[in-house]
Design a protein around this ligand. Sequence first.
Ligand code: ADP
Length: 896
Amino acid sequence: MAARDDPKPTPMMAQYLALREEAGDALLFYRMGDFFELFFEDAKRAAAILDIALTTRGEHGGQAIPMCGVPVHSAESYLARLIKAGCRVAIAEQVETPDEAKARAKREGTPSSKALVGRAIVRLVTAGTLTEEALLEPRRANVLVALAELRGTVGIAAIDVSTGAMVLEECAADQLGAALARISPSEIILPEASPREGGDLRPEGETFTEVPAFAGTRDMVIHRPRSTFASDAGAERLKALHGVATLDAFGAFSRAMLAAAGGLVSYLDHVGRGTLPLLLPPVVRESGGTMAMDAATRGSLEILESAQGGRAGSLIGAVDRCVTGAGSRLLAEDLSAPLLDAAAIEARLALVQFWRDRPIERAQLRDILRAIPDLGRALGRVVAGRGSPRDLGQLRDGLSEAMRLHHWLSAAPDKPALLDQVIARLTGHGALTDWLARALVPSPPTERSGGGFIADGYDAALDELRATSGDARRAIAAMEARYREETGIASLKIRHNGVLGYFIEVPARHADALMAPESGFTHRQTMAGAVRFNSLKLHEEAARIAEAGGHALAAEEAHFEELVAAVVEAREAIAATAAALARLDVGAGNAERAAEGDWCRPAIAEDAGLAITAGRHPVVEAALAKTGERFVANDCSLAQDNRLWLIGGPNMGGKSTFLRQNALIVLLAQAGCFVPASAARIGLVDRLFSRVGAADNLARGRSTFMVEMVETAAILAQATNRSFVILDEVGRGTSTYDGLALAWAVAEAVHSQIACRCLFATHYHELARLAETCEALSLHHVRAREWQGDLVLLHELADGPADRSYGLAVARLAGVPAPVVARAKTVLEKLEATRAATGGIAAGLGDLPLFAALAAEPAPASPEQQLAEALRNADLDALTPREALDLLYDWKRALP
Ligand code: ADP
């Protein structure tokens, strides 16, 4: 780039460096002809990520400049990989043609040979602001979030830029992690940390980056000037955008929400360089409107992504039967935010039921939906100024199909209310679709610069221009035939290329005849085997084509702008139709899933019960089905007086699966889906918690036991008596004594303090003794049997405590060598002998002042009274001989 030994940067280098400065921490794509070039550190970084050649070009400061480049026509796929790798990219385009640059140079008095084409950053491409089809996953929303804190309340502004859906909400600072886990943004914008100055700012250096503690988005946190997060400016901006005098019609927005919205819109302005994407009127999300789930719960239930990452193995992977990307995105939203309002849930369930009961119509509907383009995203591109003629074609096709659906569905009898609402939003675009249908060719191209997308017959002047260039093309074809005849050269051809335009070409051996001065041909170029000529007549016809072509392109461009303006005008109605189609797809898709797996419609109740008959885990069942194995269905029945199930049994016996299937069934039911069970009655759950003992989470790095305890503490702080908690081997991550003690205390607190529904899986037999003091706790186990020396796991839930541990049998099953298992058996026998003698590790718990008893019991009963009470309460049928013996020892020791 810079000339050798030149102390001053060349004009191009100066231009590059200025743009580089402007791009900040983004990579700079610097347009040079048909390539985007990257230089210096950008080049090194991009070459490594993209695995493309790193070369050098020129020198700067005595060093060769590293460089790499990507072709403009395939830039999208490279952009996609850079964004995925966590980069942001600034696109610097040429904003004038070389001719314009020369003209400008002349005006400015610089030699035109030195004229440098002007370049400017036209856009920042960031993970949260994508609209291009190639850069987006069709089945995943792509959400950008801005956060602003005012006096302990965090305003959250979220937008899916690809469809324009904008949601404002607020939450307490300690709930931010859960909110972000629900939204799952791909980019987060925060105010820059600033010195403490007034009550509503955090201490210096303290930023939100520490709060959202979940993986994946950390790279995508971007800080913007605090001044852009002003609530009054945010409100003004929204009013101006939507042309309203007050925002009241959209909802009641708090100052924190408006501050976040201000930061969001200002960032969109910044990355779009003044071109805003589609922004639909903001919607307020009421806090407490949906079931609360924190990040740990979402992670352990693998709702949208499995623990390995990706949809395979996740809940949505097992449930989603939508046939459109928009349907899948809406289903993901439903599953991320299950409802609390029984009427709203029933409305969704009724829609599923409607399609469940009509298999033939459902298949027809799904065929129609499958062919409908992604209206929301096409609209997003068009409004963002990145629309193509193809996007307009998609809007035309999608809207007219929606109208067809409207007519078809309107006639259907017995429609549920939600279907009526949906149908009403499928229509109302007649004038626009007619216009698009008249104006566009049947399949418009993705490139608009080449023209050819406006239909014949739409514009008489355009037709004439096309006729002119068509005539001229035919004239050229006729000319070729005539020249062949006149010159007697059968191999003469009239051809066209980008450099010469039209020319006449003959093989070299025939060239002499055309070289003659009076031949009427002028020589243009000599190639290896051919010579190229021009003629006056050809030149005239070529000029006619060029002129008519140029005018035709300009006419098409003008029509394009006009159509885009009409679409922009109708954006809210189009977005509503897109949302209605998505809701239809979700309803029919859930019905399809229910029919496929024989799922049932859950009954929604307002009490704190939970009754599931023959429940199944959708993901495990699907995985087993692949290997031809059968999933064993299990019941679960919780009520106020039997709200905590303690579940024991061998490892691999199916405890985790059982816990999760019940949590997932609750989640699906409140999301408005049918559930994998033969019957289900769900008392509405306000918060769902799922915790897994640390041993399963080794990959996390931080002290896993610490994580486990932090997460468990959150349950104790946040759960209510309407919550549902599943605890899987909590306490496992530490020593036996600590673990047992913690598990014991947590189970007691959940039972007696929170008094919510809970499934608690544990391998600590000792916990069974909680049943003595916790009146609403019952004991259950997953069944196993030893048969001819082998362990058979039945995956079947039964009442009562687990009779014994099958650790050694599981070890044998897992392939631990026989001598090792034999040795373990000897050790175990010793240990068990000690336990028998001492009463085991929980022996001391007999005289533990029990949690539940702490407050209630003023005068303690005498030891004799306690013993008599314990004897009365003992369920002798539920005891194994060994436990009976333990109990006797305890009682004997308890006597004074
Ligand atoms: P645990 O938590 O008791 O160690 P898991 O729930 O992890 O056991 O189950 C272990 C394996 O057993 C699962 O991966 C699955 O293959 C199988 N399994 C679990 N539950 C069932 C069931 N109800 N029916 C059939 N197979 C099951």
